[in-house]
Design a protein around this ligand. Sequence first.
Ligand code: B1H
Length: 714
Amino acid sequence: PQRIYYLSLEFYMGRTLQNTMVNLGLQSACDEAIYQLGLDLEELEEIEEDAGLGNGGLGRLAACFLDSMATLGLAAYGYGIRYEFGIFNQKIVNGWQVEEADDWLRYGNPWEKARPEYMLPVHFYGRVEHTPDGVKWLDTQVVLAMPYDTPVPGYRNNTVNTMRLWSAKAPNDFKLHDFNVGDYIEAVLDRNLAENISRVLYPNDNFFEGKELRLKQEYFVVAATLQDIIRRFKSSKFGCRDPVRTSFETFPDKVAIQLNDTHPALAIPELIRILVDVEKVDWDKAWEITKKTCAYTNHTVLPEGDCKRINMAHLCVIGSHAINGVARIHSEILKQSVFKDFYELEPEKFQNKTNGITPRRWLLLCNPGLADIIVEKIGEGFLTDLSQLKQLLPLVTDEGFIRDVAKVKQHRHLKYTYKIDKNYFRDLNPLSAFQEEAKMAHRARCSRCLCIYLICTLHEGIRKDPTKSFVPRTVMIGGKAAPGYHMAKMIIKLVTSIGSVVNHDPIVGDRLRVIFLENYRVSLAEKVIPSADLSQQISTAGTEASGTGNMKFMLNGALTIGTMDGANVEMAEEAGEENLFIFGLRVEEVEALDQKGYNAREYYDRLPELRQAVDQIGSGFFSPKEPDCFRDIVNMLMNHDRFKVFADYEAYMECQAKVDQLYRDPKEWTKKVIQNIACSGKFSSDRTITEYARDIWGAEPSDLKIPPPNIPRD
Ligand code: B1H
């Protein structure tokens, strides 16, 4: 078959045990067996480390895609790096983020299998010599790439694909031949130099880090993967028609390489190098083959590094036959601004592929109570064809179903409240509205400050008029900050500081709680998302490429308060704008404001509640021991906020008032919840992958019919 290669520097897999049981249909059998042994399956599951080989959305998307590709029966491989240390563990100490190394392999990894028989050399440095025999690459430093395979089972369909991650290994003679001659001990110690390549994931979300080690990681995965791809191609009947020389004519029909952002961009020049220098294909032909084989997904509009370097995004655009953004609005921005010139040259290359999430992990596994009541009404088909959730639409007015849905949510409140209480010794109010926002902190996401103002304002409101009726709220905010990113770390400190004031204010009681979700990661997301009532997705329009957390919340019955940005736009389109809490400037209005000139002080002067919140933060109300602590944040927001947070403040507060109003009417609230769940079918990664296969990889749609499950649901 045609093989799909998904190249990514990140695969954020999380835990594997429950997912494997779910996809193999073994969960109740295992549960029963474990119970017979006097053990508790849920407790065992908690012992597994997350495979945290990703930062956030981009890495988790790759993991959801692997699940969908296996479920759709595609012959697909994930290729990446087996980092010895994944995304750091976040500890909160005195309200500050402290990073701890993620030593996830300490007790071994039962899901992987080393394949030393497929080890490959990767060359670095050296020099190039032109010989009568063609170009030779000489005097290189060799690092070995050791593959580790992890099985990727499809959902009850007898397909198991492979994720192959490379680990760097020094050759036995590493450094023995050059300057270390005679110093055997030094030479052995120097093996670390080579093996550092796969040591650690760079903890940057949406940020370009121009470091030599990062570039080496990028070349390492690309060089090893391409050798593997070409070896596999040659060993197939297509590769070896000519016993002496391989014909690469059919290569693009048999091989599709998808580049997950620019991180594996070197696949393009490396494939050309192999074709031209090693396989003796001529230059034009090599270009043609490469372009037909490669396709590039862009995940961000934030500019990458320095213009004087090679622009990896431009390299990807010219070396690919298809370029796609990850939500409709984002793909439009790519055509109209980021890649405008390229779009005018080759408009046919530009596409959109709106992101999705796997409904197996993000519904069946994490929220079995909700999955069960849906199965009761419409059967199990939606688990492999999420558009079938539409069949729930007539139940929006069904009293019994409304009650069931509300009950499931209440149950998740209790379950999660219990967990938080246990860990934090804080009494949460399970009857409060759970508002949640959790994502990697990065420079475009200081919009979460909006929510901070809300908390300040609500807090002030209770203090001024303690007897007024008030919709109780539990606000949860989570996400790691890149260790070198000062402002993101300050914002975390601000949230924890506000929490320590608000949560201990006797006037407030349990009507308002502010929880920072420490060490937010895949396994924690699986616990908190099902408990959410309100999902906060409030990026300034035009800055969030898609978002995928937004989809997870929607599928789990949270209503969205959000701007018209990323995939929120399409969520509103699917469910009806009136069924979300949409507010704030649209992307054209943000652009117009840019033209006019954004002036934060204008809003500060005009809006007394905003002013009060900003002054409280700036004057140390939440940091009495360090009154100057948050001066940098206030200064940033007042004087150089590229994301224009204050411009959406008024609309946000008005929208939150509507949230309060609806929450007072549980039945009307739950009706909207059902409407949202019923309309979330588009956001399955099965739909996304079906589109990639059809429009980019050229796999026939008929191949994509999901085979009927041949393992009974347990
Ligand atoms: C996204 C990144 C990213 N966009 C550079 N860009 C990285 C960029 O280590 N690096 O150098 C790492 C990650 N990640 C996210 O991708 C977007 O912000 C989300 O909006 C989107 O949903 C997600 C998946 O498409």
